[in-house]
Design a binder for this molecule. Structure first.
Ligand SMILES: [Zn+2]
Length: 167
């Protein structure tokens, strides 16, 4: 059932996103809204750390969609979902909470991109079950099905500092 849902979501995303991502269709990082696109551009320009994360991901098998969503306030600041894999590529979705200000959004973008790098470093993780098993063994475990890594926490703080120095 989970597998079917993943495929359905993937198909919906492809059909819904085709015009918006036309100019980045070959890129690993695929912002799906103007805000997400702007964040990525600003992050690459103003944060060497974000830039390094992006460069690392461009060498990976991942396709990373980036959305800015109106999460329930206080629920989540960001999330990464492994949607599926096909043709040697793994498809990932990052969503960021639209309630945050620009600097926080960029810092959380870096946090989630760090999780994507953790995935990129482990090509054997091809399903959410394997992802959960990996974080169960290697990382801090949050509530229910939420996972955390110390590297991602450090990444967010580092990027927030970089951006505060530069503005
Ligand atoms: Zn995290």
């Amino acid at each position: 059932m989970r597998h079917t849902l993943t495929i359905l979501v993937l198909q919906m995303m492809f059909s819904a996103s085709t015009p918006a991502v036309a100019d980045t269709i070959d890129s690993v990082l695929r912002p799906r809204t103007d805000l997400a696109r702007m964040l990525l551009a600003q992050g690459a320009m103003n944060s060497p750390t974000l830039n390094a994360l992006i460069a690392r991901l461009e060498q990976s098998d991942l396709i990373v969609y980036i959305d800015v969503d109106a999460f329930r306030v206080g629920h989540l600041q960001g999330a990464l979902t492994l949607m599926g894999h096909s043709g040697g590529r793994r498809y990932v979705r990052i969503s960021l909470d639209a309630h945050n200000d620009r600097r926080s959004l960029l810092a959380w973008l870096g946090h989630e991109l760090q999780h994507a790098v953790e995935l990129a470093d482990h090509p054997e993780i091809t399903s959410n079950d394997l992802l959960a098993a990996y974080y169960g063994n290697h990382a801090m475990i949050g509530a229910a099905d939420r996972y955390e890594s110390t590297a991602a926490i450090a990444m967010r703080i580092r990027i927030a500092k970089e951006l505060s120095v530069r503005h």
